[in-house]
Design a protein around this ligand. Structure first.
Ligand code: ADP
Ligand code: MG
Length: 350
């Protein structure tokens, strides 16, 4: 549990704003000197990309997007970077730089911010990202983190949501549904802890699910893989809100319909067994769960041979004419109209 009341910890006011920024950012080294001409330390960073620049921002607000009673601060820093990188990869681009803006109340200490930055640093190192700036300020209540990611891609490589055509194949990376179940496990344990603070939960059997929730990995490898396979997706999106709403986004932008085959949806065995334990329908979890940060894209049928043997990629359906609508083809071979019931974090605790 996050507890910051110990006297041994350093108050933010002891360092002051400039001291704090220095303390948190002094270790960042530039990894892309060709494109990061100036990083932290001036009024603005200076970037020189060879190709097109992509920009994306995500805001994470305590109590809305994360709960520090089960989200370790280091994981929070890591995840805040991942959700942004995922949006860059979802354009079939390479992520290069981030800025990090943090607002926090005086309930947080220097050590707490160090933890967040340990997660940010780990993510930046593993994903080869320059941290080029940000802002640090106080908030009346809680913690807010906003990260902006910059990416780069050749113009002809960029994949938008609006390029899917009828008969294109619908492909998903990895497996889905685990992050949602991880959250359910963590919430259940939080309730147990409230009743019995001495309980020592053994969550090892759910490690995969919990990691998918607390430590998602953005799919940096997929744009690289697609380039190697010489496949250009006709459309692409990342799965932050659940498979069904992402399919609907592609369909709406591309003015097409889709058939999704229930028996093709890739599920980890642990997702299947945990759905049985929680009496949840695994298809519903996969369709509506969210936060998997996998990629969903469409390809021309001509490219099928290039991707079919790849263990990271699963063909889960195909696109149809817009007037045919968006359907789930069930295991019983019935055609069920799909609903966009994404995953709205704001409603979670209502
Ligand atoms: P300014 O007054 O020009 O906004 P700041 O004192 O806020 O400058 O920031 C000084 C430098 O530190 C800038 O390069 C800024 O981008 C960077 N910076 C500030 N806060 C953060 C942070 N939380 N993470 C990374 N870099 C930061
Ligand atoms: Mg500033």
């Amino acid at each position: 549990m996050f507890d910051n009341t110990e006297d041994s910890k350093t108050k933010l006011s002891e360092l002051g704003e400039f001291g704090l920024i220095d303390h948190l950012t002094q270790h960042f080294k530039i990894k892309h000197p060709d494109s990061t001409l100036k990083g932290i330390g001036d009024d603005a960073a200076v970037i020189d990309h060879q190709h097109k620049t992509l920009v994306t921002t995500d805001f994470l607000v305590e109590g809305v997007h994360f709960d520090l009673s089960y989200m370790p601060l280091k994981h929070l820093g890591y995840k805040a970077v991942m959700v942004n990188l995922s949006d860059v990869y979802a354009m079939n681009a390479e992520a290069k730089q981030i800025t990090v803006s943090i607002a926090c109340s005086n309930r947080f200490t220097v050590e707490a911010l160090e933890e967040i930055y340990a997660g940010i640093t780990k993510a930046a190192d593993l994903y080869n990202i320059d941290v080029i700036g940000g802002d640090t300020t106080s908030s009346v209540k809680g913690l807010q983190i906003s990260i902006t990611a910059l990416g780069e891609a050749k113009e002809e490589d960029i994949a938008y949501r609006n390029g899917a055509k009828p008969n294109d194949l619908l492909v998903v990376t990895g497996d889905i549904g685990a992050a949602y179940l991880g959250l359910q496990i963590l919430k259940r344990e939080k309730e147990v802890f409230k009743v019995n603070p001495n309980s020592q939960p053994d969550l090892t059997e759910y490690t995969y699910l919990i990691e998918r929730q607390l430590k998602p990995e953005a799919r940096k490898d997929i744009p690289e893989l697609l380039r190697k396979l010489e496949v250009k997706p006709t459309s692409m999106i990342d799965i932050s809100d659940g498979l069904s709403s992402e399919i609907m986004h592609i369909c709406k932008s591309s003015k097409v319909g889709a058939n999704l085959y229930e028996d093709k949806i890739p599920l980890d065995p642990k997702v299947i067994s945990t759905c049985e334990e929680f009496k949840l329908d695994s298809t519903t979890v996969a369709l509506n769960g969210g936060e998997d940060y996998e990629l969903l894209f469409t390809i021309s049928q001509n490219d099928y041979e290039k991707i079919k043997a790849n263990p990271h990629l699963t063909v889960i359906g195909h696109m149809v004419e817009e007037k045919e609508g968006i359907h789930l083809i069930s295991r019983m071979n019935t055609k069920i109209p799909m609903q966009a019931r994404g995953w709205n974090t704001v409603d979670e605790d209502e």
